[in-house]
Design a protein around this ligand. Sequence first.
Ligand code: ADP
Length: 176
Amino acid sequence: MKEMNSRITVVKGDITKEKTDAIVNAANSSLLGGGGVDGAIHRAAGPDLLTECSGLDGCPPGEAKTTKGYRLPAKFVIHTVGPIWRGGNSGEEKTLENAYRNSLAEAVRIGAKSVAFPAISTGVYRFPPDLAADIAVRTIISFLREHDEIEEVRLVCFSDESAEHHRRALDKHLLE
Ligand code: ADP
């Protein structure tokens, strides 16, 4: 098995272009489309994605559901719902951790060996990006240590600032 520092990587880019087996969507609980990364994924996948999502009956915060990737390079989309930041005393950290953990559990279930994540909840849901990156990296490393089935997780950041937060978190948690 590869070393942890080659199983989790940070890149700057557009997640809809990723050729991993699965990409994760930071959706809202209706799963019926939205702005940000959700809108970009639906535009790139084409209308069949929304048709499949309509049959899923939504998704509560912290949970995850899988669809096909349609016109995306990725075979699957794992839709998860992060917490809306309400100041930090409403279980936001735990819900964000669950969103990462349950998305990875879905990846194992469907046999995806490579998975790309966006920075869940750091857009319109306003989660502080440095804290979100810390939770993302900590949760992913802990899951990968327990699951050899997943070979690579790519953190696809939309800005230099977001990539910097994730690189810093990675440097910190890889030493633990
Ligand atoms: P949320 O509602 O979970 O906050 P958003 O889509 O508003 O979801 O934002 C989540 C993160 O995804 C933000 O950091 C945003 O900059 C980023 N993002 C937006 N579009 C893309 C994209 N095409 N690829 C990767 N990340 C994206």
